[in-house]
Design a protein around this ligand. Structure first.
Ligand code: 6PG
Length: 247
């Protein structure tokens, strides 16, 4: 642990549905306190399959009425290089599960372009973030939601890739050999300036990597999720019993 770093909180729920509920609850609490304190809530969503249920819950009756949605600004932690209506698109998933069902002004949804040159798309996204965060030294998201792959990746920070060494850029175009594709991703230093970072991890296939990430030796090139250590912010892991089985 370094100065300014809080110990991560690990919260184990019975199953994936309970994790989704806990995540929706935290989203609502953090959105309420940010909109009350600063008049807006800047959240970066994660892709992958795990958060989908959280997004559906947020758009449903139980949670949607508790957030002042016009004050919410939605960003993305990473994106695949596909059109926005492709089933693989993180934007598409979030849009279908949540964004299209809520009164969020379209200009508050800041998506990463998945078409064309990924280096240019990364630059454009960083410019958009720099404008939103008033040219601050780093972005200060109120919340970054993350998932973790069974290889230890998070956002599109994959093991052994170049973006892991990024110290200055907020956004990187990251070549991922095993996917034979570029991904555009927030960098670890940009994520680490968030006020709150929450990982959602469920399923037995995540038990071994979760143990390694949380209890194993520090080896960030092999386990990029270990790079996520908010400086002055909080880090929470919302996990189910299956993923927590080896902790
Ligand atoms: C993506 C992600 C990625 C994801 C993990 C976990 O675009 O794929 O943002 O980092 O969160 O791969 O994915 P699952 O939730 O599908 O296991």
């Amino acid at each position: 642990m370094e100065a300014g770093e809080e110990a991560p909180k690990i919260r184990v729920s019975d199953n994936a549905e309970e994790v989704a509920r806990a995540a929706a609850e935290r989203f609502v609490e953090l959105a309420q306190s940010a909109t009350r304190a600063r008049g807006r809530f800047a959240v970066a969503l994660s892709g992958g399959s795990t958060p989908k249920r959280t997004y559906e819950l947020l758009a449903g009756d139980r949670f949607s009425g508790r957030v002042d949605w016009p004050k919410v600004h939605v960003f993305f932690g990473d994106e695949r290089m596909v059109p926005p209506d492709d089933a693989e698109s993180n934007y598409c998933m979030a849009s279908e599960a949540m964004l299209s069902r809520l009164p969020i002004p379209p200009e508050n949804v800041h998506r990463i372009n998945g078409l064309g040159d990924s280096v240019a798309n990364a630059r454009l996204y960083e410019d958009e973030l720099r404008t939103f965060f008033n040219d601050a030294a780093w972005p200060n998201f109120d919340l970054v939601l993350l998932g973790m792959g069974d290889d230890g990746h998070t956002a599109s920070l994959f093991p052994g890739t170049q973006a892991l060494d990024e110290r200055e850029a907020w956004v990187a175009a990251n070549w991922v050999e095993k996917l034979n594709a570029y991904r555009v991703t927030l960098t670890a230093p940009a994520i680490n300036r968030a006020a709150h970072v929450i990982f959602l991890v469920t399923g037995a296939n995540k038990a071994a990597p979760l143990r390694e990430v949380l209890k194993g030796e520090l080896d960030t090139h092999r386990l990029p999720s270990q790079l996520i250590r908010p400086l002055g912010g909080s880090l929470e892991w919302l996990v189910d019993k299956a993923a927590a089985a080896r902790l």
